[in-house]
Design a protein around this ligand. Structure first.
Ligand code: SAM
Length: 244
């Protein structure tokens, strides 16, 4: 699917750090080789390759990989097209607009605090512009707010999604508040799909304590690595029982 919007770069300082360390190590390796210091050449060559590989992986994920993976995740959700969907920490709208493309009479709401540390050029206006460029502006609503205190009534949404957003909250207890909020605004019978690095096991535990059913957690593969397997993204899916 061709994208017309501009979705910036996730955690831009992380990407720049990998690129700078990679370039500096590579230059040091070349200088060491020139001055015939074989041992240092090997060490600096290793670090150069390591950091540059991390930088390329990060760049690939943020510009391409996460879009492909979310397309598959949303296909698996098999939306009918009439749902009310919430995207927590929507940023510039990578997932938001992909959801909107799958809706006909439904609507998707994005909420965000617009941190430019977490995503470059992040803003309400940019996200609305991306929705228009993708031809889905009529199906998208954007709110400014904190996902730990969602400004929506209980049971307002059929589906809640979130991508790479909740880990930005500290500490773990506050992340649990965001999960509890996602649960609160979900309708009985509704579904959750949360992709994140770091804390997904805790999200699954919190959901279990809240009474979620069908909780599943799986890794989303190398297309969603932010540099290396230690920064791999996992997906937690769950449902709210109809009787909840
Ligand atoms: C790495 S970006 C991911 C954005 C988008 N989901 C995507 O996949 O492109 C993380 C987003 O979470 C947002 N965010 C961080 N803490 C938040 C909070 N407490 N409430 C709402 N949004 C938050 C940031 O502003 C940022 O837009």
């Amino acid at each position: 699917m061709e994208r017309r919007g501009d979705y910036g770069y996730d955690a831009p300082y992380g990407l720049v750090t990998f690129a700078v360390l990679g370039a500096a190590s590579a230059i040091a390796a070349i200088v060491s080789w020139w001055s015939q210091r074989g041992h240092l050449t090997a060490i600096m060559g290793f670090y150069g390759a390591f950091f540059l590989t991390n930088a390329f992986s990060f760049l690939y994920t943020t510009r391409r990989g996460k879009f492909q993976v979310w397309d598959n995740v949303l296909d698996e959700l098999q939306l009918r097209g009439d749902e009310r969907v919430l995207d927590m920490g929507c940023g510039r709208g990578a997932v938001l607009t992909a959801v909107a493309r799958r809706l006909r009479t439904g609507r998707v709401t994005g909420i965000d605090l617009w941190s430019t540390h977490d995503q470059s050029g992040n803003s309400h206006e940019v996200t609305m512009r991306n929705a228009s460029l993708e031809g889905v502006g009529d199906r998208v609503e954007i709110e400014t707010g904190d996902m730990r205190a969602l400004p929506f009534p209980d049971g307002a949404f059929d589906v809640v999604v979130s991508s790479l957003a909740i880990h930005n909250i500290h500490p773990n207890a506050a992340r649990a508040e965001a999960i509890a909020e996602a649960w609160r605004v979900l309708k009985p019978g509704g579904r959750l799909a949360i992709a994140d690095i770091l804390a997904t096991q805790r999200y699954a535990r919190t959901l279990s304590n809240l009474g979620a059913t069908g909780i599943a957690r799986r890794r989303l593969g190398w297309r969603f690595w932010y540099g290396n397997p230690f920064a791999a993204t996992s997906l937690v899916t769950a449902s709210k029982p109809v009787s909840a």
